[in-house]
Design a protein around this ligand. Sequence first.
Ligand code: 5GP
Ligand code: ZN
Length: 219
Amino acid sequence: MAQAAGKQPQYTPEQIAQIKKKLASMKPEEIQEMIKKQCIFCKILAGEILAYYVYQDKKVVAFLDIQPGNPGHLLVVPKKHYSVLPQMPDEEVGHLFTVAKQLSGIVFDAVGAEGVNIVQNNGQVAGQMVPHVHVHVIPRMQKDEVVIEWKPGKMSDSEAKKIQTAIAEKAKSINIKEPKPKIVEKIVEKPIPQPSPEKMGKPAKKPAKKRTPKLKRHP
Ligand code: 5GP
Ligand code: ZN
């Protein structure tokens, strides 16, 4: 199909119906495989496209962005293909952002960054061009040409309350597994060792005499 540079392909309703039919007949693993074959980051991960790696572990890689906002602009990418962040399991997101955080500190020394932006786009409308989750680590320098901005909007009190309720109500379903607190079964009290008075340069006190308690006489 002919496609103008930078434009999305235009499908006829018949073609869309055909694609839908094909997808409906495919197994989830087959769909995942098909997506991976078309995904530029999966191709980088498979070694089919060259990238300048700076880090890798079992779950995550980081390489230089091909069109950097500044030198040292990195992309931190999960090895497993997820299109957008909400699809990723929490633990994997945690790991992805931990690596991004570590690299955001490293670029200060490595490329002389004076600041850093962490950017993560989800969906075309949000500026996501590559539909494989990734975190941008963008080193910032004085007077560089990176632009991350939005027109400051306005919000009335009633609007704020409405939005707050809409989000906060749904946020009640957030169920983050907190690490279980360690249960201390028995607290064993140990006497705190005291330095001897000699060591502290004081004369040692004579040990107090044991007094035998006086018995009260009953009349
Ligand atoms: P997005 O707009 O999806 O958040 O960002 C995608 C980023 O991937 C862009 O900054 C773009 O320069 C980068 N990119 C696209 N294709 C390639 C590639 O083949 N290699 C590398 N290293 N980066 C790429
Ligand atoms: Zn992918």
